[in-house]
Design a protein around this ligand. Sequence first.
Ligand SMILES: CC(C)(COP(=O)(O)OP(=O)(O)OC[C@H]1O[C@@H](n2cnc3c(N)ncnc32)[C@H](O)[C@@H]1OP(=O)(O)O)[C@@H](O)C(=O)NCCC(=O)NCCS
Length: 439
Amino acid sequence: MSPQVDPFVQHFRASAPYIHAHRGRTFVIMFGGEAVASKDLRTLLYDVALLHSLGVRIVLVAGARPQIDEALARRGEQPKYEGDLRLTDEVALECVKEAVGATRVELESLLSMGLPNSPMAGARLRVAAGNFVMAQPLGVVDGVDYQYTGKPRRIDAEAIGQRLDDGAIVVLNPIGYSSTGEAFNISSHDLAAATAIALRADKLIGLIEGQGVLDAEGLAQSQLSPNEAERLLESGVNLGHDVERHLGAAIKACRGGVPRAHLVSRQSDGSLLRELFTRDGIGTLVTSETFEGVRPAAQIDIGGILALIEPLEEQGILVRRSQEMLENDIDRFTVIERDGMVVACAALYGYSDDSIAELACLVVHPDYRTSGRGDQLLQYLEKQCAAQGLERLFVLTTQTSHWFRERGFDTCELSELPEARRSLYDLGRRSKILLKPLD
Ligand SMILES: CC(C)(COP(=O)(O)OP(=O)(O)OC[C@H]1O[C@@H](n2cnc3c(N)ncnc32)[C@H](O)[C@@H]1OP(=O)(O)O)[C@@H](O)C(=O)NCCC(=O)NCCS
């Protein structure tokens, strides 16, 4: 029996591939003023500091909507909105400046913390803020003059990039400056999307209020393409304003070339880390990339394939293959890759003289079984056989014969195998031989 592995050690080891994958990447992380006002802001910033210490280049975009509304209330003013957009008059602009200033100071002070017994001990983070965002007035739309409400016009990606190169965390607030020397209030979601696009960021991460992105049946959506996300927005399902705004930003960013946009609930502790350092994350990923796909294996997959097959070799379900054998045979393997990980594999050995092929080493990672991936690989390989003019497929198995029989295989005799394969048959394993004619 293998010795028990401490769960902490196991989790830490399991996060290693993600640590490598995220190092040197640029993430734009946005959250609303609700997060800034929350008592959980500290732990959120600890997690941001941890990401930074792992070599992630970070831009924070912090909203200030509730803080602006409170500043207005202190002046006895009602916030004015047209739909979801604030109408910023002169008084509101004063409140924007006040709220944004206070928000920035709050973030900068918490990011400066370094008490010896806190998670920020020794972090010595540098924070950079400045006139990185040029804005232009929204103007008059449908007869409504938005006054000091603006939209991002240009993001100074070069200046932000220099601060990131210097090792700083860049903090942006929903304010931009115009060539006339005025300040404009801009939507933090628009700002985050525009910044992620301008920086060619690897990820836009939105920390949302509430539980997440749910469809009409209340099912959590773990992955959406930009088109699917748009259909969900247009479907009339009540997603809540915050999720709608984040989803809109995610779609815009993806269409603007940002490979991945994540929506993660801010309210569950450590959600940012779980989204980034576990295989399936916990939030919603909006991406135009194929997140999962079947493809021929390459040398780079050898580690992933070994990790899949070794436990089954130990149980005697698969015949042992050395790393060297795998390296030699890698061209025969097909894998299913999911978010950079090999989650299934299979190999095909063709005997063209006999118009037959062997399917071997079919494995689906235990966490991903019974979702049709085994079938998917089998169908993919059957098509490959057909393309190569092979008419029959056989497999040797000790414990999975019923799976194959349910998919059109039937038992056959050793004598029906090609001669070259017959001589390699291990009598001791007493594997069942199953054959499927391909049409
Ligand atoms: C066999 C295997 C590849 C199937 O992968 P999968 O992605 O779970 O397959 P699918 O989702 O297409 O099919 C799942 C069905 O197969 C069934 N199944 C899984 N293992 C089985 C077995 N050993 N015998 C019979 N049926 C089995 C499941 O119960 C499920 O049935 P259900 O749909 O009626 O619930 C996977 O279980 C595996 O990796 N097993 C260990 C390795 C192995 O035995 N490989 C074959 C030797 S070459």
